[in-house]
Design a protein around this ligand. Structure first.
Ligand SMILES: Cc1ncc(COP(=O)(O)O)c(C=O)c1O
Length: 440
């Protein structure tokens, strides 16, 4: 796979030439041909342009209905809800796993809704470290989301392994992306037991080549795991066909499950029967869970990696929002996402000379958001929020803009770039605080 992604050396591709010349008419024409345009009516959106779907997806009517249904079940069924509710609360994580499986390219048993990205990293990394030889380390990269490293360092320390020696970090060449060849070159079977990479990088939005990374890892007897927080629901996955060992994700971004929604994990079926290292009663074989044996018998499925009782009210909205995702279809979602991000990139290239696109231009290497770089990105992101476009800022110079296919139109994407242009031209952003602090 071609990995050279230096934005400075790339030209605008033919798909995106001169999109601004025809302005808003072009955007409207694209919206007219969009098969997903009706889905935005399902979402409660603020008056502002909402380009934060890669951070926190909005509430949908379907999610709200499932949450209200769960509250009603609690009211009317009380404790009977564990068995009488539909789906029963006892099996809720597994039922959600069945609905998540097609998005991951997995069998229903290989997926479960549980925990959060970080707790699921603890649960899976600890299990796969147990399966490695004693002194094997973990391969990650220097553009990862920090929580992943915190958890992995903690797991290494638990085993008396110094992270300075056992956390191996692939370095980015350009500060934006990680080259597949560099990951492969760092896979030394003498030192590495697990390679753990993101599906999509949280800052630049680079999509990783999961198939190649997994294949190369397995050729060296290395396990391959992935953090799919920024790709699930935006990019179709094929984890089982690629033989991925394990994966984790959250549901509050493209899956619109709500703030702090239950996360998920994938365990390849060839690892069923492995003892989960962070065992808890919710991972017990369901049929005998209430025998209350003190010996842990794990479920022979991804469900075995659940630790604690299902958090119903952070799970129910996900059931509803997944209904919408399936109604739309992950392939059409991805198709529209590529068109929207191509369009956004082309507009930035044509119109905003002070900005650089830090996201790969090859759509096969891009997730669902676009990183727009500007030296005063924090100030600009605040000005955008105050002027009607909700985006976020990531250190050191990135404005992340996510035209999420289920509720963002081409016209809104066009309006966003006009707004950004106005803010940059007028320099109104200069009156904002330049020190980033708090939630950005
Ligand atoms: C790539 C990635 N990994 C991990 C996390 C942490 O997620 P959680 O709070 O679900 O543990 C995030 C949060 O945004 C993320 O984007």
């Amino acid at each position: 796979m071609e990995d050279d992604n230096s934005p400075q050396t790339q030209s605008v591709d033919s798909n995106s030439s001169a999109v601004n010349a025809s302005g808003v008419e072009e955007a409207r024409k694209r919206d007219e041909g969009d098969p997903l345009s009706g889905f935005s009516t399902h979402f409660s959106l603020p008056d502002e342009l909402y380009l934060e779907g890669n951070s926190l997806g909005p509430l949908s009517d379907a999610a709200e209905a499932r949450l209200e249904e769960a509250i009603e079940q609690w009211r009317t069924l009380g404790i009977e809800g564990w068995s009488e509710a539909d789906p029963s609360w006892f099996w809720y994580g597994e039922r959600l796993g069945e609905k998540l499986a097609p998005l991951l390219g997995a069998s229903p048993e290989e997926c479960v809704a549980t925990g959060t990205t970080t707790t699921n990293i603890h649960a899976t990394i600890s299990t796969f470290l147990d399966k490695c030889d004693d002194d094997k380390g973990i391969l990650v990269n220097d553009l990862d989301f920090p929580s992943d490293h915190y958890a992995i360092r903690g797991q290494l320390r638990q085993r008396g392994l110094d992270p300075e020696d056992h956390l191996h970090i692939v370095e980015s060449r350009d500060g934006r992306t990680i080259e597949t060849d560099d990951i492969i070159a760092a896979m030394d079977e003498n030192d590495i037991g697990i390679v753990f990479m993101p599906g999509v990088l949280y800052r630049s939005g680079q999509l990783f080549d999961i198939e190649t990374i997994t294949r190369e890892a397995h050729e060296r007897d290395i396990y391959a795991g992935f953090d799919l927080a920024h790709s699930v629901g935006a990019v179709p996955h094929d984890l089982s066909a690629h033989g991925v060992d394990f994966a984790v994700w959250c549901s509050y971004k493209y899956l619109n499950g709500g703030p702090g929604a239950v996360g998920g994990l994938y365990i390849n079926e060839r690892h069923f029967g492995t003892m989960p290292s962070l065992a808890g009663w919710w991972g017990h074989e369901k049929e005998t869970q209430f025998d209350m044996e003190l010996e842990f018998t794990p479920a022979q499925s991804a469900g075995g990696w659940q630790i604690t009782a299902v958090p119903l009210f952070s799970s129910a909205p996900l059931l509803g929002s997944l209904e919408l995702v399936h109604e739309a279809g992950i392939e059409p979602i991805r198709e529209k996402s590529i068109e929207l991000t191509d369009y956004l990139i082309a507009l930035v290239d044509e119109q905003l000379e002070d900005c650089t696109v830090g996201t790969p231009r090859d759509s096969a290497r891009r997730g669902g958001h676009v990183a727009i770089e500007h030296p005063d990105a924090y100030q600009v992101s605040q000005a955008l929020r105050d002027s009607g476009a909700i985006v976020d800022y990531r250190e050191p110079n990135v404005i992340r803009a996510c035209p999420a296919p289920l509720y963002v139109s081409f016209e809104e994407t066009y309006e966003f770039v006009q707004l950004l242009d106005e803010i940059l031209e007028s320099e109104s952003y200069k009156s904002y605080e330049s020190d980033a602090s708090g939630v950005t």
